[in-house]
Write a protein that binds this ligand. Structure first.
Ligand code: GCU
Length: 423
């Protein structure tokens, strides 16, 4: 063991961490197929029965935090149905999820567009949005969010001049359509299902942990394995999946979960923890998402835990400045999706997300896909720009910066057609 690793072991010991974590400290990228006791996993049955739960527990206790079960009192209320939305192209539905069953408690507004042209039940893409359901398309029938809307200045993706007193005005409709190509999603025969991140858990300093699901479990924030906002968003995606399972218009065996950036981090954790998701699309999820920490490139654990202290559990702070020494790494989160299809997308200038680290992570996760007899990532070298490589793990890197573009969606839809819908 190197001196640096020895020091990390000492830090972990003094932090009182479990032997399970300590036993994993060794040199190089951890092998997802190696158990914490050193034994090797050689069969799918062992992976499912032993190693998968072990990794879930490791990432739950050390990184994301422990989320509650589905609340027994939760209810759904379909408050809007328009069979002729978008000029007749889709059926729009809006559903309120009352997290604790109380109409004055936390509420997640779910927006669905279901294509009319195809016979149901249809496959669906579920993704949280950054700026409210009303931002994904200009349809006047969408309920304007009643949750906090951040008026961040100079936002390169959306113009937030329409926001007054942290609430949307009518002018906020459709401000983010560029990242949500609803027409092509519907033309491909997929339903789009979305909800606003702030309905589930707050991302702003003023209301951190004091809105949404965190208000139902206030004591959980006192624990060192508290569920942070990323885990809360993943939890919310699972609650939306609960609803989708009750909607006969949706094929609940073909629901892909999509997310960009911080919401891509949440999409990966949702897919890892909830095997009902048939596939994951992670767009530039970067640090604490798809990228490896051990390369020591791009956003660090210190930056994540200090600029966004609400995203991960308090326990995760113990690993600040230990990125290159971690006894676990994010390729193991991708591996938790096996054998389900997952697509990792990067952008060349998105340096913070370390595109090479995202690619290497997808590559390193492939070992578990191979255990299942699947191809995983079909290449070993970073593909040229604008070239989508697709095995059960898909990947592309495109020119440009941090964004979601029509090209990203073209590849996502192609991948879902091949890997989910037509399987
Ligand atoms: C910041 C953060 C990233 C995150 C991104 C986003 O840039 O450092 O980790 O992915 O915000 O969510 O837009």
């Amino acid at each position: 063991m190197s001196i640096r690793r020895f020091l990390l072991v000492s830090v972990l010991c003094s932090a009182g961490l479990t032997g399970q974590v300590l036993a994993q400290v060794k040199s190089g990228l951890p092998d997802p197929l190696q158990r914490s006791n050193g034994a090797r996993i050689t069969t799918v049955a062992e992976w499912q029965r032993v190693r998968r739960p072990e990794l879930i527990e490791l990432f739950t206790s050390q990184v994301y935090g422990r989320s509650p079960e589905k609340p027994a009192a939760m209810t759904f209320h379909v408050f809007d149905t328009d069979p002729k939305a978008l000029g007749g192209k889709a059926t729009r539905k809006q559903v309120a999820i009352y997290v604790n069953g109380q109409t004055d408690g936390p509420r997640i507004d779910v927006l669905l567009y279901i294509p009319n042209r195809v016979q149901g039940p249809v496959p669906a893409i579920l993704g949280l949005n950054f700026w409210g359901n009303h931002s994904v398309t200009a349809d006047p029938g969408i309920r304007l969010t009643t949750s906090y809307l951040e008026k961040s200045k100079n936002n390169p993706y959306v113009n937030l001049d329409c926001v007054t007193d942290n609430r949307p005005t009518e002018a906020c409709r459709g401000i983010n359509t560029g990242q949500w190509p609803l027409d092509s999603i519907l033309d491909h025969g997929y339903a789009l299902v979305t909800a606003y991140r702030e309905d589930i858990a707050s991302d702003v300093p003023a209301t951190r942990f004091s809105t949404g699901v965190h208000t139902v479990y206030p004591d959980w924030q006192k624990r060192p394995d508290n569920f942070g906002t990323i885990a809360a968003w993943a939890w919310g995606l699972s609650r939306i999946m609960d609803y989708l399972q009750s909607d006969p218009a949706i094929n609940d065996k073909q629901v892909a979960v999509f997310g960009w950036s911080r919401l891509g981090k949440a999409a990966l954790w949702a897919g890892a923890t909830d095997e009902r998701f048939a596939a994951v699309l992670s767009n530039e999820s970067g640090a604490g998402g798809a990228k490896l920490f051990q390369r020591g490139k791009g956003e660090s654990i210190r930056r994540l835990c200090t600029v966004f202290p609400h995203w991960y559990s308090v326990n995760f702070r113990q690993y600040m400045d230990k990125d290159t020494l971690l006894p676990f790494d994010q390729h193991e989160v991708i591996a938790l999706l096996a054998p389900r299809p997952v697509y990792i997308a990067s952008a060349e200038q998105d340096i913070l997300a370390d595109p090479v680290g995202e690619f290497e992570s997808a590559k390193a996760a492939s070992t578990v896909y191979r255990l299942f007899g699947r191809e995983g990532l079909p290449v070993t070298k970073l593909p040229p720009l604008n070239t989508s490589v697709q095995g059960t793990i898909g990947y592309h890197i495109r020119p440009g910066g941090h964004d979601v573009t029509p090209l990203d969606w073209r590849y996502f839809l192609q991948f879902l057609d091949r890997q989910v819908r037509n399987k």
